[in-house]
Design a protein around this ligand. Structure first.
Ligand code: SF4
Length: 347
């Protein structure tokens, strides 16, 4: 059976966060005519809190390189780039080099200071080409016009690791989860890919004995859920961050998201560059205009050019809807946080 059919049969999805079908992506790059094709392994792991790619590189470098080799052979690709953050290259570079041997796989170290956006798939193509590190307008997608205008397959570390398992008949529908925040036993764990958040917390002895909520998928862009909403699998990059309700400070948390996204915005498009600046301005004002705040936030998800700007509304709105509006009044002692207006927005 061809590797594509094996991947199809395994129903593999990408593990960078978007969960796009791996077979469809591989098939798209294969079907585009072109003499030159490239493969890129994205090992930038820039989503705060997520550590699973580092864990895989440390423990299974041969598997990851094996998956990349399968992609090169399947596509007849000229070469592969191993796009890796500086820290991981320092820690795991030697192991990976040993696994690479004579294969046409070249390291490309993520530019220092390129931050969160340096891991976005079209930004990393710009980085490799020596251009300004910012997302490209799509379409065309990298599958048809990626690196140097050629069809390019970009997959995450865990995806290549899984491809290697699939090829050897050892893939068991599992994925890696990072557990962090105020958990008892933070770390990286492996469970079935449809395991519920609640079960994962229980099986790893991380289920809190205090009132809590979680952020799932990533500390920046992940969805916030209360403790009654844990019956679904963990989405995105598989992070589960535990927050203690009594200790958390609503305004501090919202400011963390806003400041993170403002700092990481590449500044290319107006809704993100100006919008997040204005959101920060509103939240720091003496009297917060919540209607304006949510208008700007909603506008961002509809008009931002790339996933970074589109991602900010999810943590803030899900936190407001699933946690803040359900807190008892005595727990909400936040100056300027008008409970009535916020609840109105989320009823
Ligand atoms: S949404 Fe933000 S990060 Fe993305 S292109 Fe626009 S300014 Fe850059």
């Amino acid at each position: 059976m061809s590797i594509l059919n094996k991947i199809k049969k395994a129903k593999l999805v990408g593990r960078g966060g978007a969960c796009f079908s791996t077979a469809i992506k591989w098939g798209m790059v294969k079907d585009v005519p072109g003499k030159r094709k490239f493969v890129v392994c994205n090992a930038s792991e820039g989503e705060p809190g997520v550590k699973k790619d580092g864990y895989i590189l440390e423990n299974y470098p041969g598997r990851v390189i094996g998956g990349i080799k399968l992609a090169i052979d399947f596509l007849g690709a000229e070469k592969a780039y191993f796009y890796i953050n500086h820290d991981y290259h320092k820690k795991y570079g030697n192991k990976l080099e040993n696994a690479i041997g004579q294969l046409p796989i070249e390291f490309f170290i993520k530019p220092v200071g390129s931050g969160y956006i340096g891991g976005e798939e079209s930004s990393l193509l710009n980085a490799i080409e020596g251009c300004r590190v910012e997302p490209r307008l799509r379409p065309p997608f990298p599958t048809t016009a990626g690196l140097f205008g050629c069809p390019t397959l970009i997959n995450n570390v865990e995806t290549f690791y899984n491809v290697s398992l699939v090829n050897d008949g050892e893939y068991k529908n599992k994925r890696f989860y990072t557990i962090g925040g105020e958990s008892f036993k933070p770390g990286v764990y492996e469970f079935s890919d449809d395991e519920t958040i609640e079960k994962i917390l229980k099986m790893t002895k991380n289920y809190p004995d205090f009132p809590f909520f979680v952020q799932v998928g990533g500390d920046a862009s992940g969805e916030v859920l209360n403790s009654k909403q844990l019956k679904n699998p963990a989405s995105g990059a598989g992070l589960i961050t535990v927050h203690n309700i009594s200790k958390h400070q609503p305004k501090k948390l919202i400011k963390y998201w806003l400041e993170f996204f403002q700092k990481e915005s590449c500044g290319q498009c107006t809704p993100c560059r100006e919008g997040i600046y204005r959101l920060n301005e509103i939240i720091n004002s003496e009297k917060i205009d919540w209607q304006l705040f949510f208008d700007v936030l909603n506008n961002l998800s509809e008009t931002a050019l790339c996933g970074l700007g589109m991602a900010l509304p999810l943590p803030i709105k899900s936190y407001m809807k699933n946690v803040f509006t359900k807190l008892s009044d005595e727990k909400i002692k936040v100056e300027n946080f008008d409970r009535k207006t916020i609840c109105e927005c989320f009823k």
